[in-house]
Design a binder for this molecule. Sequence first.
Ligand code: NAD
Length: 487
Amino acid sequence: MDPITFVLFGSTGDLAKRKIFPALYNLFLEQKLPQSFSVIGLGRKTFTDAEFQHYVEQSLRTFSRRKPEAQERLEEFLDCIRYYALDVTNKEGYVGLLKLIQEREEQLNIPENRMFYLSVAPEFFDVIASRIKESGLGDTKGWKRLIIEKPFGHDLQSARELNHKLSQSFEEDEIFRIDHYLGKPMVQNLETLVAANPLLKALWSNQYIANIQITASETVGVEERAGYYETAGAIRDMFQNHMLQLLMMTAMHLPARITEKNVRQQKIHLLKSLRRLSKKDAANHVVRGQYGAGDIQGQAVAAYREEPGVDAFSMTDTFVAARLWIDDFFWNEVPIYIRTGKRMKEKSTRITVEFKDRFKEPYGNANQAVPNLLTIQINPDEKITLQLNSKNLLHNGQMEPVMMDFSMDASQMPEAYELLIFDALRGDATFFAHWEEVELAWEWVQPVLEAFAENQLPLHLYPSGSYGPAAAHRLLEEQGFRWWPDE
Ligand code: NAD
């Protein structure tokens, strides 16, 4: 791998502490970082290099998957790190930053390969990108790349504006947009699961699949994020990005040899084939909800509108369910049901594929048969389950569902940020969101945002600790289906 300077904006923030430094450290331990590697942490606070290295050490001791054991290795890692105090809006500060980066490049004999990671609030994305350009930080003799975190805009218009601004300083193939769901091992496994197993590949279409269900439910409420969440809701926070990415990763049809290019082409094809909703249709295909008071695992919890920082009459969605259709050769007439919510009964991210019951008639005893279900559990544990029907001779030959399952050993599994940072350092953008995907996803969501803003859909209150509003069940019942597992 090329020697690299990793420039981390927002290095004193929450994400850096909990995810980014631990990811770098684990990559270092696994010898997945280049031999010459320089990290420059940036923030507004004043730290000496030694103080900042001590701060990073504390973050590793608290949050790293592998705890620092050998002091020598830890010191070697910390020694790569320098700190530079910079207010990102201050133009002059970037001159000093460039000087420091160049000094380190010279000392360590690193060619000018610079990775800029913006772990800061999105309102700073464009100012930082343009300062990188103006200051000469981006004029490298090697390569430059930019990593940004969601949210990419607040709606279609603001996403386009942001992208336009970023594109003044970075080319599209230099921008790595993190959607950390794409870094989850089971999500990264989806494409292979289908493409490399003829058994599944042959069945992966409207011929054999009755419907697809994608759920991301959380038991937590809004926590301390009310300020942000009141302006976002579940539709922006989860649906526009993570949920649509999960849909694309599930519905892809790929050759067995998977490349960045064909993954991207497939995702863009699927998003283009998603049947658009008008503002008026939204009421028939989308359900929005908000949690009321209730009970989570025996503990009474407050309603969303009673949470600190939330408007007492807030209409913000903490739950969204939708029925989508992909109008292409493979998926025509297969409904795809997506739901995501806070304060739900269980914490679970999973994809369930329900197969058609084509042999109902010949067997005659179809009433006992359950549909074949393939469930890919992404969180909290990572496993694949296949539900089949089997005859139980101990019960008079009665048909019974049996489960086959495979679990990944999560304790050994790299974290999403490790996989994603490693890919970005190598320049592999397979598991990052391309601008065209982001834009198409906003295009699909935009009429729904407008229908929400104009209150064209009811806001269903659901009790905390439930599976969400009853209306989300009706979305499936209209085609004769239900959410699995049976709720
Ligand atoms: P944070 O508020 O904890 O940290 C932000 C950092 O930006 C801090 O280091 C702060 O000092 C710095 N900063 C703010 N204003 C600055 C200025 N004018 N000049 C220089 N530095 C400045 O935020 P966070 O939780 O670490 O999130 C960072 C980004 O990652 C955000 O875009 C957020 O949406 C995204 N994100 C965070 C998480 C998470 O789990 N924390 C998850 C997904 C996405």
